[in-house]
Design a protein around this ligand. Structure first.
Ligand SMILES: CC(C)(COP(=O)(O)OP(=O)(O)OC[C@H]1O[C@@H](n2cnc3c(N)ncnc32)[C@H](O)[C@@H]1OP(=O)(O)O)[C@@H](O)C(=O)NCCC(=O)NCCS
Length: 259
């Protein structure tokens, strides 16, 4: 069979549909407990806005979000809402990576502007699944490290005042992710405590899928079974792996990658 961009997108939409359903289940549960419009819960607690190629939500959703929430408002059945989400995804442009204001290096990106404490945050996305495995497979470690080395060289060249690199994601729970970085950076990863977690991206939702974007059955079941007792003020607690934050001096990265 000849694969075209359209057939790729159709396959991807079908593959992602159980992930859409899981996210809709969580948003519906928040709405059930908190009231308000389902569209608001979906905007806040799913990553659909980004999945539909509309980027990160800043002050308000992109204008192209509106037809989706209006159609969603007319539906009460979960199956119909999932079908609408799948169809909307199918008709949407590619997800934006890196987001505006960030510079990308393969699977990594960094913020262009440092924070007040002179640290720069890094971000990860899966842009490297093939027959050799996902982006965190042991065989891909040299590639991930060279991307990080390029990112560090870029920070040194463009932001000479930066002193630290920081990160914030469920991924720091994984030894396979931490091994990409200097040991002190991985070792410093700690839970963020009672801080609210943004569910509009992958910093928590990412744990529910594997590198081929199939739902992980055990993770999905853990999230589903946490919904009945979910605290509507803290839906992020329904996830088995929490967000960890970490921060290390830039010089650790220079030494580790030899930059
Ligand atoms: C991160 C992601 C690629 C991992 O999926 P995967 O199919 O396990 O991917 P890989 O094949 O690249 O990784 C394999 C390695 O990760 C480890 N791993 C992945 N998920 C794990 C988990 N939940 N628990 C323990 N180890 C895990 C595997 O054990 C393996 O390590 P090993 O080579 O030492 O055995 C996938 O979850 C994903 O794409 N998520 C969305 C992106 C995301 O989360 N972004 C975060 C942005 S903040």
């Amino acid at each position: 069979m000849v694969m075209t961009a359209d057939s790729d997108r159709t396959e991807r939409a079908a593959r992602l549909t159980p992930f859409f359903e899981l996210q809709l289940r969580l948003a519906r549960r928040v709405r059930e407990l908190n009231g308000g419009a389902l569209g608001d819960a979906v905007l806040r607690y799913t990553n659909f806005h980004r999945r539909f190629g509309l980027g990160r939500v800043t002050d308000r959703p992109a204008p192209a979000w509106r037809p989706y929430v209006e159609a969603l408002r007319r539906l009460t059945d979960l199956g119909e809402q999932v079908a609408l989400t799948q169809a909307t995804y199918l008709g949407s442009p590619q997800e934006i990576w890196p987001s505006p204001g960030r510079t990308g290096f393969g699977c990594f990106a960094c913020d262009d502007l440092p924070a007040e404490d002179l640290s720069v945050q890094i971000h990860f996305h899966n842009g490297d699944t093939d027959e050799a495995g996902g982006p965190l497979a042991a065989g891909k470690l040299p590639r991930r490290k060279s991307e990080m080395a390029a990112l560090v060289a870029h920070i040194i060249a463009t932001r000479p005042t930066v002193t630290h690199i920081r990160g914030r994601s469920w991924l720091y729970n994984l030894a396979a992710y931490r091994r990409v970085f200097p040991p002190d950076y991985g070792a410093a990863a700690a839970p963020i405590g009672s801080e609210p977690v943004n569910l509009q991206g992958h910093s928590l939702w990412g744990q529910a899928i594997d590198s081929e974007e199939h739902l992980r059955p055990a993770m999905a079941e853990a999230i589903r079974s946490a919904l009945p007792a979910m605290d509507p003020a803290a839906p992020w607690r329904a996830f088995p792996l929490g967000v960890l934050a970490t921060r290390s001096p830039l010089r650790s990265f220079r030494l580790f990658y030899g930059v």
